[in-house]
Design a protein around this ligand. Structure first.
Ligand code: NI
Ligand code: MN
Length: 228
């Protein structure tokens, strides 16, 4: 069964797999690179990597409108409950759970996670998803480079989604090293060009990836999709 990933700009993504729509970090209103309006996004699940406003984004409104279940760390899942979101599921780093859309494990991320209202957002995470037909997808979301990415790569990744914007996350050099640690079949860069502060030349980065690693680098424009 085909799994399709759409990049909506910044770190906002939509995964369609096994008939389920999974939104990831849907920051759309206030996102100058957003390719879809929050009212137009359909979701059965919403994955939130950490508490920063450029990742929480429109998650509360989208969850209330669509009835989607919000999946995040335990602290952020509780925050969504407090905001009136009916269905949430809290996990924690290293912990896996089989959801209808596939198996989800929260991975380490080196970053912050305070929520927009100052609440404790726990620790930031990435996502390791195994689809129902066995494809492995790793979404680093906001993080520094860390050598335990080698362990994540041991899963045998079909796709890695990595930030390259620098300043708040890995920049291009560290993201290239991350590809070497993860050894995915394909890699998609995110979290760049939203603002001048994180402007990057993704095509130049993709060239380096393809010269120095065996991974296929896929540069999407906001709104474009990649199927695997
Ligand atoms: Ni962040
Ligand atoms: Mn961010």
């Amino acid at each position: 069964m085909t799994t399709t990933l759409t990049w909506y700009g910044h770190a906002a993504l939509g995964l369609e797999t096994h008939g389920y729509k999974v939104a990831i970090d849907p920051f759309l209103s206030g996102n100058p690179s957003a390719s879809i309006a929050p009212e137009a996004l359909e979701a059965d699940f919403i994955l939130v990597s950490h508490g920063h406003s450029d990742h929480i984004g429109d998650s509360v409104e989208i969850a209330k409108r669509t009835g989607a279940m919000v999946v995040s760390n335990f602290e952020i899942a509780g925050w969504f409950n407090d905001k009136g979101v009916a269905k949430t599921h809290g996990q924690q780093h290293g912990g896996g759970f089989t959801h209808p859309f596939g198996h989800l494990k929260l991975t380490l991320a080196f970053h912050g996670s305070a929520l927009p209202d100052g609440s404790n957002g726990g620790n930031p995470c990435g996502f390791l998803i195994t689809t129902n037909d066995g494809k492995k997808l790793y979404f680093a979301q906001d993080t520094a480079l860390f050598s335990d990415m080698k362990l994540i790569g041991e899963a045998g990744l079909d796709l890695a989604v990595l930030p390259i914007g620098d300043n708040f996350t890995m920049g291009p050099d560290d993201a290239l090293q991350a590809v070497k640690f993860l050894q995915p079949k394909a890699v998609i860069p995110i979290h760049y060009n939203t603002w001048e502060l994180i402007a990057q030349d993704a095509d130049a980065w993709a060239q380096r990836v393809m010269q120095e690693t065996a991974a296929k680098a896929v540069v999407l424009k906001p709104g474009e999709s990649y199927s695997l």
